[in-house]
Design a protein around this ligand. Structure first.
Ligand SMILES: NC(=O)c1ccc[n+]([C@@H]2O[C@H](COP(=O)([O-])OP(=O)(O)OC[C@H]3O[C@@H](n4cnc5c(N)ncnc54)[C@H](O)[C@@H]3O)[C@@H](O)[C@H]2O)c1
Length: 337
């Protein structure tokens, strides 16, 4: 692939994807607004790594601003798009709904409309396991009805899938939506449990174990996810409209997750058992039959292996870890414990 525009490259998944695409020789135009949902220092550190490659173009822009998006398309003429930038996080969507409207709906329409106007070949975008919401049938299949999002975050992700459907229907534009399931790994997200628990354990701060530890998540390692996204960008066998789960197909209970993290880090968690949070789903579990058939997707990283590499990375990056912690302590929105 020659010239690809990736949004959210200072973010966790976008950073890893851009790095892998650059390693394969592609030119990557990376857009991010480096917003302070979590430590911008972490975002800048990821961006600095990408900038070392001459084929990476870093654009600091807010894609909810249509004029900026128009300029970027005019200047860089991307052939393929992987749209990952979004306001992530389920719980934060109860606190700040407008951030989701702006970055997940308005920005999505800007990106897909400009992709249409500029005859982009393929529009790949991030959806989420959260669209399965209140569904109780497991594993979650792309064939299941998804009409009960239980958070605004989930509702905006589902709306992306519906908007993409309309663009395929009206203009035969190729749109590929990827439903990610709890992605984790090195250079990860400080608002997610694997990082915030590690930080709390390191500093002797109690962790809140929601739903008394009964939640289950289909933790999916970043390298496996990146392989799936690259297939979604490149494979020739895909239909014009696709929705595909990218999960690990092996859900793990929260208590097992915590004890694995304790074993690998040599630290002890102080657990505060609390009820389920509004907006949370009890279990996520991906059927990956479709991903396997269409993308050759085969997640191969066991939770113990993936967490091991995160723990090693965390211990090897004390200054970034400390910057993230300082930012968390001084920003009420970032306090997830
Ligand atoms: N990590 C997961 O487990 C997971 C699970 C399901 C879905 N997703 C989705 O995958 C995508 C990537 O997630 P991530 O984990 O890398 O999150 P992230 O927050 O680390 O990355 C998102 C990036 O987008 C940028 N961004 C947000 N709004 C923007 C805007 N208006 N203009 C420009 N840049 C903007 C942020 O600064 C951030 O760097 C998101 O769409 C997210 O909703 C992630």
């Amino acid at each position: 692939m020659s010239r690809i525009l990736v949004t959210g490259t200072a973010g966790f998944i976008g950073f890893h994807l851009a790095r892998a695409l650059l390693n394969e020789g592609s030119t990557v135009i990376g857009i991010d607004n480096f917003n302070p949902y979590y430590s911008p220092e972490l975002k800048v550190a990821r961006d600095e790594i990408l900038r070392k490659n001459k084929k990476f173009v870093s654009v600091n822009a807010d894609i909810s601003n249509l004029a900026l998006v128009e300029t970027i398309f005019r200047d860089y003429k991307p052939e393929v798009i992987c749209h990952l930038a979004a306001q992530a996080g389920v719980r934060y969507s109860l606190k700040n709904p407008y951030a989701y409207e702006k970055s997940n709906v308005q920005a999505f329409v800007n990106m897909i409309e400009q992709a249409r106007i500029n005859s982009v070949e393929r529009f790949v975008y991030a959806s989420s396991s959260s669209v399965y919401g209140g569904n109780t049938k497991l594993p979650y299949s792309e064939e299941d009805r998804v009409e009960t999002p239980v958070s605004l975050y989930a509702a905006t992700k589902r709306s992306n899938e519906l908007i993409a459907y309309t663009y395929t229907h009206l203009w035969n534009m190729q749109t590929i939506g990827l439903r990610f399931f709890t992605v984790y790994g090195t250079w990860g997200r400080p608002d997610m449990a694997y990082w915030s628990f590690m930080e709390a354990m390191q500093h002797g701060v109690p962790i809140k174990v929601f739903n008394y530890g009964k939640n289950q998540r289909d933790f999916t390692f970043i390298d496996d996810v990146v392989n799936g996204v690259i297939s979604a960008l490149m494979r020739k066998n895909l239909d014009q409209y696709e929705i595909i789960n990218l999960g690990n197909n092996k859900p793990v209970g929260l208590m097992e997750f915590i004890s694995t993290l304790e074993d690998l880090s040599g630290l002890k968690a102080i657990k505060e058992m609390v009820p389920a949070q509004p907006g949370d789903v009890i279990a996520t579990y991906a059927s990956i039959d479709k991903a396997s058939a269409k993308l050759g997707f085969k997640p191969s990283t066991l939770l113990g292996e993936g967490l091991q590499s995160f723990v090693r990375w965390y211990k090897d990056h004390p200054s970034i870890v400390e910057a993230v912690r300082k930012f968390r302590l001084s920003n009420i929105n970032s306090q997830v414990f």
